[in-house]
Design a protein around this ligand. Structure first.
Ligand SMILES: *Cc1c(COP(=O)(O)O)cnc(C)c1O
Length: 307
């Protein structure tokens, strides 16, 4: 809303992600152009984005999926070349850090024109209900975003621009003020749990472990493994039977969602997103995960695969 995009403008969004970044494009009567992602990192790359470009492209929404940054150097260069806005979806990667090739380090959500995050309870920094935030280094944009989140007013009852109610609850803000101080600790607890999973599952050929890209730190919102598509649902059912909850993020890529079939465009077959949606499985991951629980989880996985 704040970037002044016009109906018909195209916005590029990855096929393998949560619905929210694609949804907002359609709500604003913009055209989503859905592009494929990288198999290793699950994330959209500059190459994927380039294949979705047209003369109507005005913005791109890289999503830092599962807790790891997209390769923002390439994406930033592409955006400069084609004068595109970058809106980072940082809902799953708050506190992750991207390292540019010259050594500069930036936190995800502060690299593009705007960064968006969510404080939904399952996120790395969660409140006790719903909440979110936007980040920008552009002072004018910050003023507009603030006004828009509060019915387009800077002064009470003086509505200068069109907005909505997207204020953060005071109660949630108070909780977040306390939890924010512990964000680094939350990240390292998740990271430690991930390393434990790596250690427990590393020698199993049937499983693809999450790959940590050299340019990003990983805050592990999810620990997502890849298994053969013919085994995935059976493994999930087996684990459920053993009391281990797992999730498939995401079972249906964006271009297969009914609501987007008519509206969204794609310029090529989205093979990787299709394959990932059939083969991913996210294991329990949170700050309170205990080592003995992880050992139990790994044992169940191994028992299933050896059957
Ligand atoms: C959770 C999430 C969102 C949106 O969160 P809401 O709090 O429901 O607005 C957006 N994008 C991604 C990738 C998410 O995981």
């Amino acid at each position: 809303m704040a970037l002044g995009l016009k109906p018909g403008d195209e916005v590029i969004v990855p096929a393998f992600t949560y619905i929210a970044p694609a949804e907002v494009i359609v709500l604003l009567r913009l055209t989503p152009v859905i592009v494929d992602v990288d198999y290793e990192s699950f994330n959209v790359t500059a190459k994927n984005i380039e294949r979705g470009l047209s003369s109507k492209t005005k913005a791109i929404i890289p999503v830092h999926l599962f807790g790891q940054s997209c390769d923002m150097e390439g994406i930033t260069e592409l955006a400069k070349e084609y004068s595109l806005f970058i809106i980072e979806d940082n809902a799953q990667a708050i506190a992750a850090c991207y390292t540019f090739s010259d050594g500069t380090e930036l936190k995800t959500g502060t690299i593009g024109h705007v960064g968006c995050t969510s404080f939904f309870p399952s996120k790395n920094l969660g409140c006790y209900g719903d909440g979110g935030a936007m980040m920008t280094n552009d002072d004018n944009l910050a003023i507009r975003l603030k006004m828009m989140a509060n019915h387009g007013q800077a002064v009470k009852y003086q509505h200068e621009i069109l907005g909505c109610n997207s204020r953060l609850d005071t109660l949630q803000a108070a909780i977040l003020n306390v939890k924010l101080n512990q964000l680094d600790e939350y990240s390292s607890l998740r990271y430690r749990a991930a390393q434990k999973y790596h250690e427990l599952l590393k020698n199993i050929d049937e499983i693809g472990l999450p790959v940590e890209m050299p340019f990003s730190s990983h805050v592990y919102n999810q620990y997502t493994i890849k298994v053969k598509s013919s085994q995935r649902d059976k493994l999930q059912a087996y684990l459920k039977e053993k009391g281990v909850p797992t999730m498939v993020y995401y079972p249906l890529p964006m271009h297969r969602q009914n609501i987007f079939k008519q509206i969204a465009r794609q310029r090529e077959h989205l093979t990787v997103a299709e394959e990932l949606s059939q083969s991913v499985l996210s294991l329990p991951m949170h700050t309170e995960l205990r080592e003995y629980e992880q050992i139990f989880i790994a044992e169940q996985i191994i028992t299933f695969l050896k059957k």
